[in-house]
Write a protein that binds this ligand. Structure first.
Ligand code: MLT
Length: 197
């Protein structure tokens, strides 16, 4: 997979972009969250009309579940491989995902045994898969939702929050009055959460 790695002295931020982004898309966000962070950022391998994604879909919110499982395994394998190569423990990463990137991250957190245990998920949603009951106690996630989001319904956001909590995770939610886009108030709230964990 294509990825970008920049060594810093602060937090370890693992970046997963939204549909149409690439490995550079969230770097400024990461620098805002922690200007000294070490950054590892992947490019989704699925192409949808020239846009990068982390798994296939057959239309808006019509997910291809076979692709979701396959790409989750490939992405986790790459995260593990690059982390080993760089001498960084999986426990040290804070995942920072936006939209499609947040969705694949939340999926593999819920459905795979992994040492990754912290995440900031901007505008994520439940993908409707609840197969495994991985123990998420000791894991912490921060999630944002926009009241005017045309892509993420409140019900599927709530479903994700509930799934994470049911499996034992500590979840912090930031509600915004805007849509699917990132806003300064939510970035500031995410930074505060990151500073405190
Ligand atoms: C997804 O496909 O993961 C969601 O619809 C969000 C997005 O469009 O990226």
């Amino acid at each position: 997979m294509e990825y970008l790695f920049e060594k810093g002295t602060g937090k370890h931020l693992l970046l997963l972009h939204g549909t149409g982004g690439d490995e550079t898309s969230l770097v400024d966000i990461a620098r805002f969250l922690d200007d000294k962070s070490t950054v590892l950022s992947f490019r989704g391998m699925i192409q949808e009309q020239g846009m990068n994604r982390f798994f296939k879909r057959n239309g808006l919110n019509q997910f291809d579940y076979e692709s979701l499982e396959e790409e989750s395994d490939k992405l986790l394998a790459e995260i593990t491989r690059v982390s080993e190569e760089q001498g960084i423990a999986l426990e040290d990463w804070v995942i920072v995902g936006y939209s499609n990137g947040a969705n694949i991250a939340a999926h593999f957190i819920l459905e795979r045994e992994t040492k990754l245990n912290k995440g900031i998920f901007f505008h994520p949603m439940s993908l409707g898969v609840v197969n495994k009951k991985v123990d998420l106690s000791e894991k912490q996630f921060w999630l944002s939702f926009g009241a005017g989001d045309p892509i993420v319904e409140k019900s599927v956001f709530d479903e994700l929050e509930n799934n994470l909590k049911t499996q034992g995770a500590e979840v912090t939610v930031e509600l915004t009055q805007t849509g699917h886009q990132l806003t300064m108030p939510e970035l500031t709230a995410a930074k505060k959460w990151l500073d405190e964990i």
